[in-house]
Design a protein around this ligand. Sequence first.
Ligand SMILES: [Zn+2]
Length: 75
Amino acid sequence: MQNTAFTTAWRKGVIARYLTVAGATVDLTGCGDHTYYRCTGCGHGTHGVSVIERVARERAQGHAETCRALPRPTH
Ligand SMILES: [Zn+2]
């Protein structure tokens, strides 16, 4: 099985990662009251506005379950 979520090294600072239905990932960074998330498929995320970690995890997981954008190829 080829799956980028498991073969790609995690970016520095990523504390959690959710696999989307399309094979992209939603990466969580930061911690505590200053947690961020970003989808590698469509770019959806906090865009610099931090949320608490619990909310970030809930939103990241919810987005991962619905996002069908493919991850952008990395070079
Ligand atoms: Zn997405």
